[in-house]
Each structure stands twice: as structure tokens, then as C-alpha cells.
Design a protein around this ligand. Structure first.
Ligand SMILES: [Zn+2]
Length: 161
């Protein structure tokens, strides 16, 4: 093997480039959750037959008992567990096209579930910092154009009494 001329660096030569990979992503065992969202505008979860924990988003197995879970239908109502006001949306974030700044991201516990969904919460009127608080009641709203993504659903703050 010939050696490069003494004036040529032997360090790796790098250039900037972009690689676009398109692929099909499978939800595997939790496919029914996304199918119900996209095709039926319904929230579903899974229940452990041993300890009765209800998971939403679903899990195919209970992390406590290691047994297969069973599918359950859930209502479209939930309670906010935590929330944060957001003033920035990453450019490639899938919610980017749907959100006006600022917006509220929250963990909500769907009624009947023991775990929380990470979702956006909307309400009528101008954005008010801290308006979405833990304990607030919210209702699921399903986007017009659904694609089988978690962002097919968001929640709307119920009218305050
Ligand atoms: Zn269990």
C-alpha cells in the first residue's frame, strides 16, 4: 500500500450531508390502541388480569406481574396530573403543524386508567399561563385527519363551573 504524500492529512475527511430514511413503523402488540384512535375515535387501554392495573397508553404485559394484559375501552374524559406551558415547538416535532404558541403539554389520567398519557391540552380564549392545573377535568378531542399517531388525540379543558 502506498502512503499518501506527506502534505495530505491522514485524518478522516468529513462532509455535511442529509440522509432521509422512510420506513414503516409497527406498533406491534399495541396496534389496537392506535387503530381505535385513528379509525373509531376511541381511547383504549389494557388491564392486567392479575393486579387489575389499567394502562393507557397500553402495555401488552403488566410490568408488575409479567402477564399478558387484556384490552379495555376507556371513556374520553380524563384528569390533568401535571401540566407545563410551552413557548417553543421543535421544528420536526409531529405536533408542529397543530400548535399555536404558547400551548400546554400535560400528563392526563384517562378515567379508569392508572397510568398517564402525555398530550396537549387546549382551551378557548387567549393563553393564560398556568391555566391548566393538576386536577382539572379534560375531554379527548380527535383530530380531523388521523394517522394512527398519539397526536391524533389531544384534550380540551372542560368549562369551569
Ligand atoms: Zn399486574
Amino acid at each position: 500500500m502506498t502512503k499518501p504524500a506527506a502534505s495530505v492529512s491522514t485524518e478522516p475527511f468529513e462532509i455535511a450531508t442529509r440522509i432521509l430514511n422512510e420506513y414503516r413503523y409497527s406498533y406491534g402488540g399495541i396496534s389496537p390502541f392506535f387503530r381505535a384512535l385513528a379509525e373509531e375515535k376511541k381511547l383504549t387501554g389494557t388491564r392486567c388480569p392479575k393486579c387489575a392495573t389499567v394502562f393507557c397508553p397500553p402495555r401488552t404485559r403488566c410490568g408488575n406481574c409479567y402477564v399478558h394484559t387484556e384490552w379495555v375501552e376507556l371513556p374520553d374524559t380524563a384528569t390533568v396530573v401535571s401540566a407545563i406551558d410551552c413557548y417553543y415547538v421543535p421544528e420536526n416535532y409531529e405536533l408542529h403543524d397543530y400548535l399555536d404558541l404558547p400551548y400546554t403539554l400535560a400528563l392526563v389520567r384517562v378515567d379508569g386508567a392508572d397510568t398517564c398519557l402525555h398530550t396537549a391540552v387546549h382551551y378557548d380564549g387567549p393563553h393564560v399561563r398556568g391555566k391548566v392545573r393538576p386536577g382539572a377535568r379534560v375531554t379527548a378531542m380527535f383530530r380531523e385527519r388521523r394517522e394512527g399517531r398519539l397526536t391524533d388525540v389531544y384534550f380540551r379543558l372542560e368549562k369551569e363551573a
